[in-house]
Structures are given as structure tokens and as C-alpha cells.
Design a protein around this ligand. Structure first.
Ligand code: ADP
Ligand code: ZN
Length: 300
């Protein structure tokens, strides 16, 4: 058996699976993300529960960030400088990992990219990006099958974007104001328009969705210019807004103007920008990484 843990800004999902079917958890537990001490205690309790029927062989953790995911770094496995109360400088992997258990650690969105590439919307592609537009904005990147990540990067949620001419909102990122996250994350939508992106009144909806789509399309274009990703999975609460994904797709050709990698110039935007397929992409990615430690290559 292997175990996977996805810690999100609001909730944690833990699961156990067999190493040859990391996409089919046999035991799953969910609980809210509270302070580090309580949350770590509940993850450890889950790992004890999962090990009751036989020892665990590996653990995968996909965590909200920013994280240090650079193997060999002194802070590998840490949540580093997060605005999330109490969590800055938490050695998450060190605290949850049972002694001697082989373990992998990535950001939540890197885990989600791995999960979707192996078992979901990214199947058949070798380069995939996963972006969440939710409480925050984050992006996980896999290039030629290799997840990209180190100490504090990628952090494309803080991409600096060209402003939409009709958007006067100053943004609410505590570092940058009007970076991508400061303009498009759920709290910015609520602050700017007074409702979430699924509930815009009729007189606001068109412009508001175009404003959000213009920024998200800039992210997609930047990611594709940088990584050549054949597919970009757009998840997170804000992307559930009816019509938003279609508007992002519609905005992309106007930004690219025919310039860029094949995914942009030859494929239809509907084949490139897609919603997630998995219900818990990051968790499945964490389990897939754990499975790789037990039986390298089995799930790739
Ligand atoms: P998290 O990022 O915390 O893991 P979500 O991806 O669900 O969680 O994002 C939560 C944010 O998304 C909230 O700010 C909320 O306002 C917004 N949101 C959640 N559901 C929807 C929806 N159906 N339509 C538009 N916005 C939503
Ligand atoms: Zn920012």
C-alpha cells in the first residue's frame, strides 16, 4: 500500500491505494486545513489508520504553497513564506513522514498536473500545465514528462499581466496588487463585483467574464510560450463560472496572433484549454508519485 496527501488552503484529502492502481484509492479521508499542529496530527492519524492492515511502502505529498520542492534543499518539504496563518516555515513533510518511509513532495498544483497527465485531462500529452483559479492562483508544470519545481517556483499565480482597459480594480495581492492572483482569484472577484463569478448580474456578466478571461488567457499564452504545453487544465472555483472557459479560449488567438508553439497555432483552443477530469487531481498525483517510488515507471 501507498499513501497520498493533498493539503489545500481550505481542506486536506488523504488516501491509500495499491501501488499498481494509484488512481483508485481504497481509503479516503477529508478534513479542513486548520493550524499546522492540528492538521499534521490528523494527517499522521490517517497514516496510522492506513498502515493498520499492513505497512505503507511510500508516501506522496502535494501541498499548498509556496513550498520548497527542490530535492536536496535544506528546506525540502517545507511550506515556506505563506500568508496562511501559522504555516510559514512549516516542515510539513518532515512532520508527517513516518521514519524511513520513501516520500515524494510537490506543490498542490504540480501534483494536480501529474494526476491529470497520468489519469485525466492530460492523458496522451507529455507537457501539461495545471492552473487553479480559486482562493489563490497557482500553476503546476510538466515538461516532457518532468515536473518543474524548486524552492519557491513555479509561482505563475503572480504573473504580471497587461491590464484590461475596462478594469479599474487595483488588485489585492499583498505583494503586487494587480498581479494575476490579485486580479482573478475568488477573493478579488468578490471584492470587485460583490458576488462570485457564477452570480454576476446580467448587466455586469459579459464585461466581468471578459476581464477575467483576458488575464487567464495571458497566463495560458505565457505558459505555452515557456513550456510548449500541449494541454492546459484550468481548475479551481472561479473557473466553474459558466462561460468563462469559453471566453478564455476565445481570447487566446487574439493574444497569440499566430505566433507560438504548435499547440497554439495548429490545435483548436477547445483541445488545448480544458477543465480537469479528476475530482481530486492533486491527491491522485501525490499517489502516483508514491507509486513511482515503489515500482518506478509503473504508472507513467
Ligand atoms: P481552494 O482554492 O481554496 O482550494 P476553490 O478552488 O473552490 O478552493 O476556490 C474557492 C474560491 O472560488 C472562492 O473564492 C469562491 O468564491 C470561488 N468559487 C467557488 N465556487 C465557485 C463557482 N461555482 N463559481 C465561481 N466562483 C466560485
Ligand atoms: Zn502577487
Amino acid at each position: 500500500m501507498i499513501a497520498g496527501v493533498e493539503t489545500g488552503g481550505t481542506k486536506v484529502i488523504c488516501a491509500a491505494a495499491t501501488a499498481d492502481a494509484p488512481d483508485a484509492p481504497v481509503l479516503t479521508r477529508r478534513f479542513p486545513t486548520t493550524g499546522p499542529e492540528e492538521t499534521i496530527g490528523r494527517i499522521r492519524a490517517f497514516l496510522d489508520e492506513a498502515a493498520a492492515d499492513g505497512p505503507l511502502e511510500a508516501l506522496g505529498v502535494a501541498s499548498f504553497g509556496p513550498v520548497d520542492a527542490a530535492p536536496g534543499s535544506p528546506r525540502f518539504g517545507w511550506v515556506t513564506d505563506t500568508p496562511k496563518a501559522g504555516w510559514s516555515g512549516t516542515d510539513l513533510l518532515g512532520a508527517v513522514r513516518p521514519d524511513g518511509l520513501p516520500a515524494a513532495f510537490v506543490s498542490d498544483v504540480t501534483g494536480a498536473a501529474i494526476g491529470e497527465l497520468r489519469y485525466g485531462a492530460g492523458r496522451g500529452a507529455s507537457s501539461v500545465a495545471y492552473a487553479t483559479i480559486g482562493t489563490g492562483v497557482g500553476v503546476g508544470l510538466i515538461v516532457d514528462g518532468r515536473p518543474l519545481g524548486g524552492d519557491g517556483w513555479p509561482e505563475l499565480g503572480h504573473l504580471l499581466v497587461r491590464r484590461h482597459p475596462e478594469d479599474r480594480y487595483p488588485g489585492r495581492c499583498p505583494f503586487h496588487g494587480d498581479c494575476l492572483e490579485g486580479l482573478t482569484a475568488g477573493p478579488a472577484v468578490l471584492d470587485r463585483w460583490g458576488v462570485d463569478a457564477s452570480s454576476f448580474p446580467d448587466d455586469v456578466r459579459g464585461t466581468a467574464l471578459d476581464v477575467l478571461a483576458s488575464y487567464i488567457a495571458q497566463l495560458a499564452y505565457t505558459v505555452m510560450l515557456t513550456t510548449g504545453a500541449e494541454r492546459m487544465v484550468l481548475g479551481g472555483g472561479v473557473t466553474q463560472a459558466p462561460g468563462l472557459l469559453e471566453r478564455v479560449r476565445a481570447a487566446l488567438p487574439g493574444l497569440a496572433r499566430g505566433y507560438g508553439p504548435a499547440a497554439l497555432t495548429t490545435a483548436a483552443p477547445a483541445d488545448v484549454l480544458v477543465p480537469p477530469v479528476l475530482e481530486a487531481s492533486g491527491l491522485i498525483g501525490a499517489l502516483a508519485l508514491a507509486a513511482d517510488l515503489v515500482r518506478p515507471g509503473v504508472s507513467s
